[in-house]
Design a protein around this ligand. Structure first.
Ligand code: PAF
Length: 295
């Protein structure tokens, strides 16, 4: 059995471990002090034991799975990169910035993934709150080796509790998720509201303006986003109506948010293409003002 080193045993990391533990030995890298591992995943009324262990040894590792917060990717992976540069890596986190950064550090080795699964961590238990799917693919702008791609295709075809797929256009999938997060997350974080508040009529104008800015940046970056993006944002806000977005949760917990990985890449792309994005800028600044060091 192959051994996968997992970085980031949070809610999504736990779901991935649960899905892969019948096909691989899962070891969790102790990337910070005091890291504890949830013992179980609760899904659909059933409790499933997680079979994983903490390690600080890199001996015998066959692949790396990065599931930590976007804000932690650089800090958590930097010490490992020189030691594990010859094996496949898979990064599953919000935004677009950390994916590009990791691919640049490990040429030919990094696959990207995106998930619509919902999960939350409650002490030693992880609750699977929404069934979705997880797409794994090779980003076209950072070509991977045949060996890396084969590993990713095999992983995506493993039977398990999560639905995994090989995705021919993972960059487009990540952009679609980014576009939705770039609207819902900053507004809910700044307004301190549940996602469902954005489905109210009073927000539609702002959502449309933000989506128009995002569409323009995507087009300039050769990315095709759905033309009904604003409607999709409202649909996601409604479908996840009772959730607190991850950005709101970070603000409430006094943590730094993932705004640099979500709005950051959009604002950088706007800058590169000479596009104005005043509303994205506005929400970016508003979130940054709530970060612990600026309060
Ligand atoms: O980041 C999040 O919280 C989620 O991706 C989303 C879709 C905004 C729902 O809460």
């Amino acid at each position: 059995m192959a051994t996968i080193l997992l970085i980031g045993p949070g809610a999504i990391g736990s779901l991935m471990a649960w899905s892969l533990q019948n096909h691989a030995t899962i070891k969790v890298y102790a990337h910070r002090a005091g890291l504890s591992l949830p013992g179980h995943v609760e899904s659909d009324g059933e409790t499933h034991r997680l079979r994983w262990s903490l390690t600080d040894s890199l001996v015998g590792i066959d692949a790396v799975l990065v599931c930590c917060k976007a804000t932690q990717v650089e800090r958590a992976t930097s010490p490992l990169i020189p030691k594990l540069s010859g094996i496949p890596w898979l990064i599953l986190c919000n935004g677009l910035g950390p994916q590009a950064w990791l691919s640049q550090q490990l040429p030919g080795r990094v696959l990207w993934a995106s998930t619509t699964e919902g999960a939350g961590r409650f002490g030693q238990q992880v609750r699977h709150t929404g069934v979705g799917e997880t797409r794994i693919g090779s980003p076209e702008q950072y070509i991977v080796t045949d060996e890396t791609e084969q590993w990713g295709r095999k992983l995506a075809s493993q039977p398990g509790p999560l639905e995994l797929h090989w995705e021919p256009d993972i960059t487009a999938v990540l952009w679609r998720k980014l576009a939705i997060n770039a609207v819902i997350n900053p507004i809910t974080a700044v307004q301190q509201c549940l996602n469902g508040a954005l489905a109210k009529r009073e927000w539609i104008g702002e959502i449309e303006v933000l989506c128009a800015e995002i569409q323009q940046i995507a087009r300039a970056s050769d990315i095709q986003l759905p033309s009904d993006l604003a409607e999709r944002v409202v649909m996601v806000a409604r479908a996840t109506g009772r959730n607190r977005s991850s950005m709101l949760t970070d603000i409430e917990a006094g943590r730094e948010t993932e705004v640099d990985s979500i709005l950051g890449p959009l604002l950088c792309a706007a800058d590169r293409h000479g596009l104005a994005a005043p509303r994205l800028q506005y929400w970016y600044q508003a979130v940054i003002r709530l970060h612990p060091l600026n309060r």
